[in-house]
Ligand binder design. Structure first.
Ligand code: BGC
Ligand code: MG
Length: 598
């Protein structure tokens, strides 16, 4: 199963959705039982990331300060006040380490420095310090599964079968077929082709889950583990607030190295990927049991390394595309000793506006994670932006509604730069414009990830305020920047940006949003609605119309012990009116209403 390409990803989301229904009743087996009041089970004081808003920055595309058309660290530093005003608690930076940039930073050649394109370590320290002054944490991307083939570890490892790092990567002998060397098995790279690359010096193949230039490390080697735990410590001591652990479920491969089964369609025909490969399952390369042991050790390092600069525990976030809520639960560790926040991709990547699915997946996060904090996410640098949910007519309204789901749920909210101004996916239209190698390889079936990585739109001027006018930016600026930009939206009280600001402010200031979440009117498949409740403060009702038609909905909260039906508006999307009571709330197409129960 492919996890990263948009197409593969949507297939995965579909698979998740369809298997959920079947595994519902057995999914909690072997796990501590959850109750209907899961939040109260977590008794220790909440960590800093509970209820936080985490903002993903793709550094190449946020702000260019030196006029080379590529974003950089000083550019990010210059925009910290903007992030503060938005209500951001932490920023996740995708990789900024030295890298040949084959996978735009996910191929790292030095884990303890900054790529000169983005700045220097001194620039990093300044960014960290200035973010901290605004109480914003910096989360680094830690790529543990693989390095660049230009990393000195790999260069050494590839020299011979006997050098000190000979066993740092996943090397295998060829399979001899009719006297000719062939790859050890049928595993394929997520980015196309066999996942085995022949090395003439060692006369062996090495394994790469991603590009050929991204050889997988051998996590069964204790020296590899130690080297990476040292990297983790190094950045914590430098002041980071935590890590987003890249491809973390992929660290181990089955020691049998036997063939994977092929993925077949319903007629039994083997499926062919966008790159022309025969699709195989990932049962021998993903989510193997060894991962949990590594997570525990990473967590011990995080919990025991003091970080006087950030001043709080470092958070461990996982890039965790898993198949079920039970698998997600396991990634927290049975005793809360693994990831702090494995990403829940099950809510945000349903990829269709299906109320029942949203309700089920949000409720699963509320009731089947034993009260641990879920992390919801709707888009990132690997997937089409939120506008993939658009019906073509109500894009703005749908964007507001999805933001309400993200920010009014009980979760840590992960957002992607530009979502807050309504930036849309803008894929290249010609092959010669594509920058992401998977788009070059997979064109036109797979257009790559450029569409969600276009530069941030700051103002309605040439190069959108991202870079100096006249500079050729690394990806083109979408022509929507004339109207979709920060400068104009700051001034417009009804803009997407101001909707985001209000949603985030409400979530932070109204205590109900720290409390539990109860789904309401659960047989209504047009309106998704829920109640937020915390002890000692009035309950809050949230209602989202998932349809293009006006809907009227009434709430009876007596099952929750609430008998009044008075309501006071806290926030509503444009065109929604103030209801006289909870008995009749009218919502325009894709409208949102949030009210305090009186
Ligand atoms: C990152 C991708 C990257 C891949 C390989 C992913 O999980 O999010 O952008 O291409 O890992 O490192
Ligand atoms: Mg620059």
């Amino acid at each position: 199963m492919k996890l990263l390409s948009r197409r593969g990803f949507q297939a995965l989301a579909f698979l998740i959705a369809s298997t959920f229904a079947l595994t519902f009743s057995i999914s909690a087996s072997g796990q501590a039982k959850s109750s209907s009041h899961p939040v109260s089970q977590v008794s220790q004081a909440s960590p800093w990331w509970d209820n936080a808003v985490i903002y993903e920055i793709y550094p190449r595309s946020f702000q260019d300060s030196n006029g080379d058309g590529v974003g950089d660290l000083n550019g990010i530093t210059s925009r910290l006040d903007y992030l503060k005003a938005l209500g951001v608690d932490a920023v996740w930076l995708t990789p900024v380490y030295p890298s040949p940039q084959v996978d735009f930073g996910y191929d790292i050649s030095d884990y303890r420095a900054i790529d000169s394109q983005y700045g220097t370590l001194a620039d990093f320290d300044k960014l960290q310090q200035q973010a901290k002054q605004r109480n914003i944490g910096l989360i680094m991307d830690l790529v543990l599964n693989h390095t660049s083939d230009k990393h000195p570890w790999f260069i050494e490892s590839a020299k011979s079968r006997t050098n000190p790092r000979a066993n740092w990567y996943v090397w295998r002998d060829a399979k001899m077929v009719n006297g000719k060397p062939e790859p050890p098995n049928n595993w394929i790279s997520l980015f196309g082709g066999s996942s085995w690359q022949w090395d003439p010096a060692r006369k062996q193949y090495y394994y790469h889950r991603f590009y050929v230039q991204q050889p997988d490390l051998n996590w069964r080697n204790p020296q590899v583990r130690k080297a990476m735990y040292d990297v983790e410590r190094y950045w914590i001591q430098r002041g980071v607030a935590g890590f987003r652990l890249d491809a973390i479920t992929a660290l181990f491969e089955s020691p049998t190295f036997s063939d994977e089964p092929y993925v077949r369609d319903k007629n039994g025909k083997i499926e062919i990927s966008a790159y022309g490969d025969k699709e195989v399952t990932s049962s021998k390369t993903d989510n193997l049991p060894g991962v949990n042991g590594v997570l525990k050790q990473l967590r011990q390092v995080a919990d025991s390394t003091s970080d006087p600069k950030w001043g709080h525990t470092a958070v461990l976030i996982g890039e965790t595309y898993v198949d079920s809520i039970a698998d997600l639960r396991k990634l927290y560790g049975l005793h809360n000793d693994e990831l702090n926040l494995p990403m829940d991709m099950q809510v945000g990547f349903i990829n269709k506006l299906d109320v029942a699915e949203f309700r089920k997946n949000i409720n699963d996060a509320e009731t089947k994670l034993d009260g641990y904090e879920p992390l919801f996410v709707f888009d990132n640098h690997d997937n089409a932006r939120w506008d993939r949910y658009s019906d073509g007519q109500h894009t703005q309204e749908i964007g507001r509604m999805l933001a309400a789901v993200l920010f009014a749920s009980r979760d840590t909210a992960m957002m992607y730069y530009g979502d807050e101004i309504g930036m849309k996916t803008t894929p290249p239209t010609r092959k010669q414009d594509v920058r992401d190698p998977i788009g070059i390889k997979g064109w036109p079936k797979e257009k790559g990830r450029d569409g969600e990585r276009t530069p941030m739109q700051w103002s309605p001027v040439a190069n959108a305020g991202f870079s100096k006018p006249g500079v050729k930016t690394w990806l083109p600026i979408p022509n929507t920047f004339i109207t979709v930009n920060v400068e104009d939206e700051v001034r417009d009280p009804n803009s997407m940006l101001n909707w985001y600001k209000q949603m985030i402010a409400l979530r932070k200031t109204n205590p109900a949003f720290r409390g539990r979440e109860v789904m309401l009117n659960t047989d209504n498949n047009r309106v998704l609605s829920w109640l937020r409740r915390a002890k000692g403060s009035p309950a809050v009702v949230v209602a989202c119309n998932f349809t293009a038609q006006e809907q009227t909905i009434g709430f009876d909260l007596s099952a929750e012990g609430i008998h009044g039906s008075g309501v006071k508006t806290l926030l509503k999307s444009p065109g929604t009116s103030d209801p006289a009571s909870l008995k009749q709330v009218r919502l325009p197409a894709f409208g949102v209403y949030i009210g305090q129960v009186e």
